[in-house]
Design a protein around this ligand. Sequence first.
Ligand code: HAM
Length: 417
Amino acid sequence: MAIQAVRGTRDILPDEVGAWQRIEAAARDLFARYGYREVRTPVFEETELFARGIGAETDIVSKEMYTFADRDGGSLTLRPEATAGIVRAVIEHNLLNTDPALKVFAMGPMFRRERPQKGRYRQFHQVDVEAFGFTSPTVDAETIELALAYLDACGVRQHELVLNSVGDRHCRPAYVERLRQALRDVAPSMCADCQRRADTNPLRVLDCKVEADQATIDTLPRITDHLCEGCATHFAEVRRQLDLLGVPYRLSHRLVRGLDYYVRTTFEVTSDLLGAQSSVLGGGRYDGLVKDLGGPDAAGIGFAVGMERLALLLPPREVEPRCDVFLMPLAAAALDRALRLQRELRGAGLAAMLDPEGRSFKSRMKQADKLGARFVAILGDDEMARGVYTVRDMARSEQQDVPEEKILDHLKEKANG
Ligand code: HAM
């Protein structure tokens, strides 16, 4: 029996790859305009990095990591997200010494052992953006505006920005304690996950999607009512600047996100076109993470876009032409000339192809159509005798004779014109 792809992984086939290249190109182009440079970090890291960085009690770390013993007994993990690895690299290479205001982005595969469904995979890809060393709310607003500008650059319009502040080490512990107290009375009537989280990670209760729990969750204390002055002022300024930039958002005190490193601003962009896995991107501030992982006391903020989900939202595109010139040597002696011309055309930067199997005329015309060939150059007995090619302009359905010695220049001019 033939072997199939591992559950939760998928192949990005040639017909889809154009869309992926477009979203990668849009990222490189746009992020550079905001001062970001690309960084590439390994896909596996020491397990401890994620346990310390993302939080041992999170679903990601406790249930979803691909962790394996290395042959020398160490524990390695396929990265479930990009932030922790980038922070590790920033610390390891002292990047903040030379550039105290550092902006980097990354793209690549991430791994989480979740239950696969539409838009949710075990190997998926993120475009990830991180800014280090900025504490100002201006950077929160700029980062959020960048996230939306990126979706816009990809042609994605139907979405909603959800915004929250999750407080910081001054106000969140007291709030979490309040939440824990409040949950003590109500958790026994909630779902099994909430009962467990009420104790281990009460904030995660706010993320519960179980219908029967929603009324109870509405009665719980809200973080936004318990922010310290610093966090409240910061959040007010982020909102003011978003208003200033004309970025619409919906406030949700329940947006707690699935990673423990967040402080203050958190955000997500959702689209109802995506179904159950509606979040196309998520991010927030993580001041404290760089220090927790052994680096300087530097602020951080960023977001990651799910590329599979983004690809699902892209507007449809016509099939892109893959061939400028399709050569058709029909006479037996024509093949050698066509091979030389093919090489010259390719050298001149054109996509040139021919059918090396020498199939029938009809079947070759079909191939040319399928490739979206713009021109077909025919060299049959009659053309050979007259020293010309018959060049057919496929879009216009016109054809003309072109002398052999002029064919290269003619095709170059036509294809580039
Ligand atoms: P996250 O919310 O866990 O955040 O993931 C960001 C995005 O990755 C999601 O909104 C979703 O589009 C995509 N994603 C996550 N899991 C899957 C999956 N199993 N299959 C397909 N797509 C998925 C982070 O990862 C943070 N590191 C973002 C960040 C960067 N925060 C600050 N800087």
